[in-house]
Design a binder for this molecule. Structure first.
Ligand code: OOG
Ligand code: NI
Length: 442
């Protein structure tokens, strides 16, 4: 025993502590959690097959935990220091999302666990956006915003010093964790106090609501958390019935027999009181609650089809994707994990993957999509910016610029799913003594 707390354990405890803090800060979020748990319980009661499959995959006990949260940082330095904290918790930057095309002046990545067992141990991830100061039109305001951000330190001394210790020792022990988590939470806490005067706040707000949200406060307060729902349509209806003020539509693909990608909805951000340095008060709208339901990860081809249909005005964006697991698999539109139905089964040397599946010897289950959708993210951003509509910025973001700010490359999400699919096939080859490559998806 090394005495070090594992990254998964640290991540799980961080997510739980963040949830407690957020429920205290935004009571409506606590009510949303209750609603989601009620809907999940009713869904399981009505669908024993779903309950059995969740039990078999070890997910049943963890349904209630948050799946993701989101923050927005102001500078490359802030992005790098928060990335170090996430790394200590086993979260790596995956994917690049350019929101400028949708009129939101940020680009983003998701810090998340990448290994299947790590995702199973604690799936928590943080959608992290970096403000693009270059998209503030007024050069004076741009300079001012940069100066304000340059003066703040979003991590406490305690968090930074324990982070350095954790990096040096490859982890933290129990006592260090007991100090690290509360120190780190300070970065995610809501501070009712703005660091700047009302006049600048108003100018930042006029430039873009999001600019004011990122620049005006001591740190990148968590702006939402998102639990997992087993039936997002039912949960969405319930939110409306109970007066949660949900956004009108569920983001993402429509309801299907074989769910794909990610569907999400949120209640709109609340207006919260703010104190300005001179004693003035105001209000700020940024923080909300969200729910999500995940489906199959699509291959590049599957995703390209989905994107084409979205672009072609098919808002549902899924009409061209067969709602049938065998078709999705044979046409290589979604990723699958393969396992033997019976460990004693020894197939003939010439058996094809397809024949083995048709025989019932192998079982293929869709790999869950663990990432985000830029169009949905933009929709979530927008509904929380007072639905102020704004055309896309002309200057699109670039992955290279984001990676330079991060000081690291972002992982390719498709490669991760592909690796997962290939690993499941290799596992079968090993288990059955098949020759390498004897079972391939084609
Ligand atoms: C992030 C919005 C994106 C999602 O679930 O797509 C997001 C934000 O509002 O900062 O969390
Ligand atoms: Ni979200």
């Amino acid at each position: 025993m090394s005495g070090l707390v594992s990254p998964a354990e640290l991540r799980a405890r961080f997510a739980a502590a963040l949830s407690d803090m957020y429920q205290a800060e935004v009571p409506q979020y606590g009510a949303l959690l209750t609603l989601v748990n009620d809907v999940n319980r009713a869904t399981l009661a009505a669908d024993p097959k779903l309950e059995r499959s969740l039990a078999a995959s070890g997910e049943l006990g963890r349904i209630a935990g948050e799946r993701h949260g989101a923050i927005r940082v102001g500078t490359a330095d802030e992005l790098r220091s928060i990335a170090r904290a996430f790394r200590l918790m086993g979260m790596e930057p995956v994917g690049y999302y350019d929101l400028a095309t949708a009129g939101v002046p940020v680009h983003s990545t998701a810090f998340r666990p990448v290994e299947t067992d790590e995702l199973a141990a604690s799936p928590f991830r943080v959608f992290t956006s970096l403000l693009r100061l270059d998209l503030i039109d007024d050069p004076d305001l741009r300079t001012e915003a940069a100066e304000i951000l340059g003066r703040r330190q979003i991590m406490t001394e305690e968090a930074l010093s324990l982070l350095a210790e954790g990096e040096a020792a490859n982890g933290l022990d129990e006592q260090e964790v007991a100090r690290f988590l509360p120190a780190l939470l300070e970065t995610f806490r809501w501070h009712q106090r703005a660091t700047i005067g009302e006049e600048i706040y108003d100018r930042l707000l006029a430039s873009h609501r999001l600019v004011a949200d990122v620049v005006s406060f001591p740190g990148p307060h968590i702006n939402h958390l998102t639990p997992r729902t087993l039936d997002i349509d039912a949960a969405h209806r319930r939110m409306a019935e109970l007066g949660f003020g949900p956004k009108v539509e569920i983001e993402g693909p429509p309801r299907r027999d074989i769910p794909i990608l990610l569907r999400q909805t949120s209640f709109k951000a609340l207006s919260e009181p703010v104190r300005f340095p001179g004693g003035g008060t105001g209000s700020h709208t940024a923080r909300f609650g969200e729910i999500e339901q995940r489906g199959a990860a699509l291959t590049r081809e599957g995703r390209a089809r989905y994107d084409r249909m979205l672009a072609g005005g098919d808002a549902a964006g899924a009409a061209g994707l067969p709602d049938d697991p065998d078709a999705l698999r044979r046409e290589e539109l979604a990723f699958f994990r393969y396992r033997a139905a019976d460990a004693r089964y020894v197939p003939g040397a010439t058996a094809s993957l397809e024949a083995l599946i048709m025989d019932g010897a192998l079982v293929a289950t869709p790999i869950t999509y663990e990432d985000f959708l830029p169009v949905s993210a933009a929709g979530i951003f927008r509904s929380n910016l007072g639905d102020e509509t704004r055309a896309g910025y002309a200057a699109t973001g670039s992955r290279a610029a984001f990676e330079q700010a991060l000081g690291d490359s972002v992982r390719d999400e498709f490669a991760l799913y592909e690796r997962e699919q290939a690993a499941s096939l290799r596992g079968l080859e090993r288990a059955f003594g098949w020759t390498e490559g004897s079972v391939t998806p084609r």
